[in-house]
Design a protein around this ligand. Structure first.
Ligand SMILES: *Cc1c(COP(=O)(O)O)cnc(C)c1O
Length: 385
């Protein structure tokens, strides 16, 4: 018999590891759901903001969310293939996306233009659609000048039995600052868009404008549903609510060496040790989501103490100045998340970006694990019962 046959099959990685705390995601969901009388759509695009789309979806649905939202249809297929059964809305698709399969698999799609409407109306299966108005970002969604025509064309398509308009959606550009005048404009435009849709004879049951920040700060934006992404995983762009981070990134020290003062570290010798010290190596680099631009600023946690990441962060590795005491190869370095360790917000500050980019940027080669796998099993069993 082959030796390979006796290898353990599901060995826990001894290398870098991303651990997701689903219980925290559950508590965040419940907290946000309690802030609105509307429904909560769990937005699990970009692999659930890097936390695992199916796991986040299942957890959110067990804690007050009733719908799922994604950008492209491929993300919707992944949820369906993982066994999720809640209604799914997909926005941001090309005009020739596979809307027939969307209809066949019961996935609702957003329509931001007449060209999209034509693509959806031509698809078999009478797709269910949410008309998407641009409420002031010059980004996704129909321009207000084209909204009336879009609504009338959608109504005609509905009367021909080609599709069914079930919703109207908008999105606020400045909701992270509740005082920004852009929010009032967005709310006004949205209310107008719903009126125009109704005037065209449409009866959109789902009317949704708010994402995490507006849901937490402005009930006037709530309508019948909120689309919540960042908040599920502990990010509150409005900075008003203490949500729980759900991600921990760790890596073992691959190697530790004692070096003299003046030792040059890494590419370009961007750092020289000012004193004799210990340098520890971790096998995480910018390909794994540690922003290279954070070189020279980032810190990590070793033995409960913060230590600087020194030299340039490489593609696959980074070096930690462990100081005079040092540490041993194999000891765990906490790079992100957990008591005392850098938060996503700190990494974001070091990299000149926002938390979203940090948590969605963890590379595919880092093994994922959910804390409380048993917790997830309990949810699964519960939702089947
Ligand atoms: C990502 C996204 C959301 C979720 O926003 P959060 O601020 O992460 O809650 C809602 N709506 C649209 C259109 C989005 O693209």
């Amino acid at each position: 018999m082959s030796r390979l046959a006796v290898q353990p099959r599901a060995a826990v990685s001894s290398g870098p590891q991303l651990t997701v705390d689903l219980a925290a995601i559950g508590r965040n969901t419940a907290r946000i759901a309690a802030a609105t009388t509307g429904e909560v759509m769990a937005v699990v695009k970009a692999d659930g903001f890097g936390h695992g789309a199916a796991d986040v979806a299942r957890t959110a649905l067990a804690h007050g969310a009733t719908r799922l939202g994604v950008t492209c249809l491929a993300e919707a297929w992944a949820l369906l293939d993982a066994g999720l059964v809640a209604p799914i809305l997909s926005w941001l698709n090309p005009v020739d996306a596979d809307f027939a399969t969307a209809a066949a698999r019961d996935v609702e799609v957003a329509v931001p233009s007449l060209a999209h409407l034509a693509g959806v109306a031509a698809a078999a299966g009478r797709p269910r659609v949410h008309l998407h108005i641009d409420t002031g970002m010059a980004r996704d969604g129909a321009e207000p000048s084209s909204w009336g025509a879009l609504c009338r064309a959608a109504r005609r398509a509905e009367q021909r039995g080609e599709l069914e308009v079930v919703g109207v959606m908008g999105h606020l550009g400045c909701a992270d600052d509740p005082d920004d005048a852009c929010n009032a404009l967005g709310r006004t435009r949205f209310a107008w868009a719903v009126d125009v849709a109704r005037g065209a004879g449409l009866r959109p049951r789902d009317r949704h404008l708010a994402a995490t920040a507006a849901t937490l700060t402005d009930p006037r934006s709530h309508h019948t549903m909120s689309r919540i992404g960042a908040g599920l995983v502990g990010i509150d762009p409005s900075g008003t609510t203490d949500l729980e981070a759900a991600m921990t990134l760790t890596a073992p020290l691959v190697q530790v060496r004692r070096v003299r003062a003046g030792t040059a570290v890494g590419y370009g010798h961007a750092y020289r040790t000012p004193t004799a010290t210990h340098l520890g190596l971790i096998s995480l680099g910018y390909a794994d989501g540690l922003p290279r631009i954070a070189s020279g600023q980032a810190e990590v946690l070793v033995r409960g103490v913060r230590h600087p990441v020194v030299g340039r962060i490489s593609m696959d590795q980074a070096v930690v100045d462990l100081g005079a005491e040092g540490a041993d190869a194999g000891e765990t370095v906490t790079v992100l998340g957990g008591p005392g360790a850098p938060s996503a917000a700190e990494w974001a500050a070091w990299a000149g970006t926002i938390e979203h980019e940090i948590v969605t940027g963890i590379g595919a080669r880092v093994p994922r694990r959910t804390r409380a796998a048993s917790y997830l099993r309990a949810i699964e069993t519960g939702s089947r019962a």
